[in-house]
Design a protein around this ligand. Structure first.
Ligand SMILES: Cc1cc2nc3c(=O)[nH]c(=O)nc-3n(C[C@H](O)[C@H](O)[C@H](O)COP(=O)(O)OP(=O)(O)OC[C@H]3O[C@@H](n4cnc5c(N)ncnc54)[C@H](O)[C@@H]3O)c2cc1C
Length: 478
């Protein structure tokens, strides 16, 4: 119980009447200072920030679980990620949460990455770098690395603006970057963002591409095998982080509560939601909306300005599918993530047991295997993924992986398909400029979610903490 809620109950405790009123109020509290809508990474982070400040809040979550896109499955001895797989080393709001809740993070063991191209597997960053130098030419590759370094380290603000306003494809073309490098990063972009290089801004590509070369100080470095992946998770997967936050928030979270509408009630908000088939409402002074932007735009249409709705409507989402493939013999177990550079729909194949097998000695030799196939659209405008049946999805996987994994058809003993309608917000040209305007336009109602920063877990966490801090700072007439 927060301090504010505790005080409301303790102060009138002089009389039995007041005490019983308090108990009623606790059971059926319908008014809060803050309502957070959505318990994905962003909503949990917003709620956690309020919780740490002893604010009076509740969280309404549509489903019966927290974590949103961060979701774990379990099969036999292993956990597997259905969505979020790994992070860079935690910073900012995420680092605070990890430290405060004592969440044990582990580094992903090497080799982290592999690439399949033209009938051959290239395992490890050094081998992928050799392939790139061979196909693109040494000079071109070196030039690309220099461009990334300059953009990350030293670009003046006007350059950031320019990089926000052009597509990644245009940036690479203007700088004469080879078709092979473009193909490699197009697969990366589809795999990581569900969007191609013509969909995203140069500014959106640069941090992810530069992440491949963390710690690299000279061109020759990239051809040396590295001992560190600089990529982190927990032994059982990223959903352990959202589980830990949810545990801390306890009964502040109301599950199976789908918000359908938000209206004004004087200076307050009426948050209307469906809970187990029943329509209910909560009154709030401030609302933090941590749902995908089309959902936020729809449920808050009565309380957002025309301009806010216009800005939100420009955010497009990519679709995505992940499929866990279960087997008794390995499907892929040579690295954590295999990028398929000449694939069509399947961009990546993960060994979903890689981390757990490494860190839990008792699981090392267990003959249960899970490989996760990631299916990406061709680009953000390709909306075909959600039309595929389970049979069609499995047929695509078996066809596309048949040369990489001989006998895949007979190896698969079961599968788990996860479809994401709102998988990734696409950071298209101009998006950072638009988001700045959006971020500065809220009072009383605040937006959080990966789409407000960047399509990653850490950015979603950061956006939630920012929204809560902004909300706590603003004084809204009561
Ligand atoms: C397949 C996949 C793999 C990914 N892998 C990685 C990775 O390895 N590393 C990384 O950093 N990022 C990864 N990402 C991105 C990252 O997972 C997301 O950026 C982040 O989890 C988004 O969090 P969020 O809180 O903004 O949104 P969400 O997780 O979508 O949370 C929104 C929440 O709102 C709830 N909700 C929706 N509508 C309502 C309503 N009407 N009322 C109440 N609640 C509602 C939902 O149920 C959900 O819980 C991946 C994304 C995908 C799709």
């Amino acid at each position: 119980m927060t301090l504010t809620r505790a005080l409301k109950c303790v102060l009138p405790a002089m009389s039995i009447v007041a005490l019983s009123l308090c108990n009623v109020a606790k059971a059926e509290q319908t008014e809060y200072d803050y309502v957070v809508v959505g318990a994905g990474a962003a909503g949990l982070s917003a709620a956690y920030t309020l919780h740490q400040s002893n604010e009076d809040y509740t969280v309404l979550e549509k489903t019966n679980r927290t974590g949103g896109i961060a979701e774990n499955g379990r099969k036999g001895s292993f956990h597997y990620a259905k969505g979020t797989e790994y992070l860079g080393e935690p910073h900012g709001a995420l680092r605070n949460i990890v430290n405060e809740l004592d969440i044990p993070m582990v580094e992903i063991p090497m080799p982290m990455d592999a690439s399949y191209f033209d009938g051959k597997m290239h395992i490890g960053d050094d081998k992928i770098a050799r392939l790139t130098a061979e196909k693109a030419g040494k000079q071109n590759f070196q030039h690309f690395l220099l461009m990334l370094k300059q953009a990350i380290n030293g670009a003046p603000k006007e350059d950031w603006k320019k990089l926000d306003n052009i597509t990644a494809k245009q940036w690479l073309n203007d700088n004469g970057i080879s078709p092979f490098i473009q193909r490699r990063y197009n697969v990366m972009s589809r795999g990581l963002f569900g969007a191609n290089l013509s969909d995203i801004s140069a500014l959106s590509l640069i941090p992810e591409a530069a992440f491949d070369y963390v710690g690299v100080t000279s061109y020759d470095d990239i051809f040396q095998p590295s001992n560190n992946s600089d990529s982190w998770t927990t032994v059982q997967g990223i959903a352990s982080i959202t589980d830990a936050i949810a545990l801390e928030l306890g009964d502040h979270i109301k599950y199976n509560s789908a918000v359908i509408e938000i209206t004004r009630l004087g200076s307050k908000y009426k948050v209307i939601f469906n809970s187990n088939g029943k329509k209910s409402f909560i009154i709030a002074n401030k609302v933090i909306l941590a749902t995908p932007s089309p959902v936020s735009e729809w449920i808050a249409k009565q309380v957002l300005t025309t301009r806010q709705k216009q800005l939100l409507s420009q955010i497009e989402y990519a679709q995505y599918i992940t499929v866990a493939l279960f087997s008794n013999t390995p499907i892929f177990n040579k690295a954590f993530d295999l990028a398929i550079l000449d694939g069509d729909v399947v961009t990546d194949l993960y060994d979903a047991t890689w981390v757990e097998r490494h860190y839990k000695p008792t699981l090392k030799n267990v003959k249960e295997y899970i490989a996760s196939a990631y299916l990406a659209p061709k680009g953000v405008s390709d909306k075909s993924l959600m039309t595929y049946s389970d049979d069609q999805i499995m047929s695509i996987i078996k066809t596309e992986l048949s040369t990489i994994v001989p006998g895949i058809d007979t190896k698969i003993t079961g599968f788990d398909i996860k479809r994401f309608m709102h998988a990734y917000p696409v950071m298209s040209p101009g998006s950072y400029g638009r988001l700045e305007e959006l971020k500065n336009s809220f009072k009383g109602i605040y937006l959080a979610g990966d789409y407000m920063e960047y399509p990653t877990f850490e950015a979603a966490i950061s956006s939630g903490a920012d929204a809560a801090k902004k909300a706590m700072k603003h004084t809204v007439p009561k």
